[in-house]
Design a binder for this molecule. Structure first.
Ligand code: SAM
Length: 286
């Protein structure tokens, strides 16, 4: 397909630089620039934004983000084979693309964030995608350094991200995302859109931070969701036994006979906050 940005077609770039896809790095490349533009457009206006991209690979999504006018793109790529291809894009857009060779899991994104709006857009490597999302959801300060996350996941992970109570996909990830963000699935991407095609359908998820999420310690929310969903078919009085069981639930005003999947995000926050109170009252001997 002819490229709108005057750069060579991605298939040629991949061939010229010998970028055969490596499974261990989660490399499923997007070569259709209409599709990469659709992903970039999901993030909204980019002109004022610095975009962090994880895993630019040969640069299909990077090119779309730049073509749509992003002020600057900072791209973190682990595979050094991709750097020459990305350098060609950087030459084409002087001063607008910075490539950092490294592992996104070890990158301090907050420290890299400049003044002004930051958006994160990525076709994530599947093996590290969920961990990166959780890292971006857990900074102490809120609202966070980013204004939005526009991320490609396996569809099953996307369903867990946007799930609410009474949904089969609802679990720890849904509670964490629902607590601090508004999350929606934007659109699905079929396996054949990628080179090589993965086994499953993917989906683009868009998350924006809630301005005032319920005050709650992330570590306690983690504790209660881990225990509750660890035995999701059991009644909460049983699954939360190690955290105080019935007395914790009574303190939070939640029926001990309910099951994890029926609790709203707000109720999980109540439980997390009651956990603090329970611990505090144990400490002062009340
Ligand atoms: N953005 C490109 C696209 O859409 O065609 C490539 C996406 S591919 C699914 C994932 C990319 O992430 C690969 O380029 C891979 O080398 C890179 N990658 C894998 N693990 C990484 C990590 N821990 N940190 C940074 N990049 C990583």
């Amino acid at each position: 397909m002819a490229a709108l940005d005057g750069l060579p077609p991605l298939r040629d770039v991949i061939q010229r630089h010998g970028l055969d896809a490596r499974k261990a790095l989660g490399q499923n490349f997007l070569l259709d620039l209409n599709l990469t533009q659709k992903i970039a457009r999901t993030a909204g206006a980019l002109e004022e934004a610095t975009v962090f991209e994880v895993g630019p690979g040969p640069g299909g999504l990077t090119r779309a983000i730049l073509a749509l006018g992003a002020k600057k793109v900072v791209a973190i790529e682990r595979d050094s084979r991709c750097l020459p291809a990305l350098a060609e894009i950087a030459d084409h857009y002087p001063g607008r693309l910075e490539v950092i060779e490294g592992d996104a899991l070890k990158t301090d994104f907050e420290a890299l964030a400049p003044e002004g709006p930051v958006k994160i857009i990525a076709n994530l490597p599947y093996n590290v995608g969920t961990q990166l999302l959780v890292n971006w959801l857990l900074p102490k300060a809120w609202p966070p350094f980013w204004q939005s996350l526009t991320l490609m996941f396996q569809k099953e992970v996307g369903e867990r991200i946007v799930a609410c109570e009474d949904d089969d996909h609802y679990g720890r990830l849904g509670v964490l995302c629902g607590w601090r963000t508004e999350a929606r699935m934007a659109f699905d991407v079929p396996p054949q859109a990628f080179t090589p095609p993965p086994k499953v359908t993917s989906t683009v998820v868009h998350l924006t931070p809630r301005e005032n999420p319920i005050h709650c310690a992330a570590s306690n929310l983690e504790k209660v969701t881990q225990a509750a969903f660890g035995q999701r078919r059991k009644m909460l009085r049983q699954s939360l036994k190690s955290l105080g069981g019935e007395s914790l639930l009574v303190k939070a005003g939640i029926d001990p006979a309910r099951r994890a999947e029926t609790l709203s995000v707000e109720e999980f926050c109540l439980l997390a906050n009651s956990l603090v109170m329970t611990k505090a009252s144990r400490e002062v001997g009340t």
